[in-house]
Design a protein around this ligand. Sequence first.
Ligand code: SIN
Length: 311
Amino acid sequence: MVSTATQIGDFTFDNCLMNAAGVYCMTKEELAKIDQSAAGSFVTKTGTLEPRLGNPEPRYADIPLGSINSMGLPNKGFTYYLDYVIKLQNQPGSKNHFLSVVGMSQEETHAILKSIQASNYQGMVELNLSCPNVPGKPQIAYDFEATEQILAKAFSYYTKPLGIKLPPYFDIAHFDQAAAIFNKFPLAFVNCVNSIGNGLFIQDETVVIKPKNGFGGLGGDYIKPTALANVHAFYQRLNPSIKIIGTGGVKSGRDAFEHILCGASMIQIGTALHQEGPAIFERITKELKTIMTQKGYDKLEDFQGQLNYIV
Ligand code: SIN
C-alpha cells in the first residue's frame, strides 16, 4: 500500500501535501475547505499583531508561467487564526495544523509568539521571515544578523514547535551562512521558499499589479528550479532534526516527487491551488502515488533526499 504520510517533529500527517500561506487561508471558511480536502494539513494566512488591509488592488495576477503578487500581508490579525486552530485542535480526530505569523517589527513578533506560548495551542507555528511585499520592510531572512537575533530571543521563551518560512537564496555562501545560523536553534522545520521577490511582469506597456509600481513576488513554474535548489541545499546542510517543507512550482505529482527527492518532508502548493482549487490535493496525491508505485516506493522515506548526481 503506497502512502504519502509524513512527519515533522512529533506531528504526523496522513498526506504530505498542503496549501502555502497566502492561498485559501484568509478566512475560516477557506481554511475549512482545505481541512476537508485531501490535503494533510493547512497553514493559515500570516497573521500580524493587528488586522491589515494589505496593499491596493489589483495585487495578484496569473501570468503565463505562474503568478505575481504584492498582497502586503492582508489578514484578520493573528488571534483570529489562533482561535480557529485551537478550536480545531480540540476536536477529536483533527488534523495537525500550522499557524503562520509575523510582526511588523521584532517587538511585535515577540508579542505574538509570547501570546501563542501562553495559549492552549499545541500545534506548529510557521514564522514568516520572507514576505517581499510590505513597502519599507525588507525580507527579514536576507538580514542574517536580524534573523539570528529574532531566533535567539524567541527560543529564550518559546518552547512549542516552531519553524520559519524562508525567502529563496541564490548563492552557495548564503546557503552556508543561513544554515549555520539555523543549526544553532531547535527549529522544527524550515520552509523553502516564499515567492521570488520583486519580479516585474509587463503586458503591452504596463505592469499587471498596482502596488510598488508592479514589483511583486513570483510563484509557479518560474520558481520551481530555485525552490528545489533551496530545499536540497538546506537538506544537505541542516541538522536532520530540522525538517524541510518544499514550496514552489508544484502543480503535478512529478513536481511533488522532485521536492521530496531533494529532501522535503512536506509540500506546500500556492499558485496552482489558487488556479485549481482544493480538488488539486486529490489529483496531485494520485499522481504522486502513481509515480511511487511505478518506481517501487511504498513511502516517502524510500526516496526522500536521494537525489542522484552525475559522477
Ligand atoms: C503577501 O501577503 O504579501 C504574501 C505573503 C508572503 O509573501 O509572505
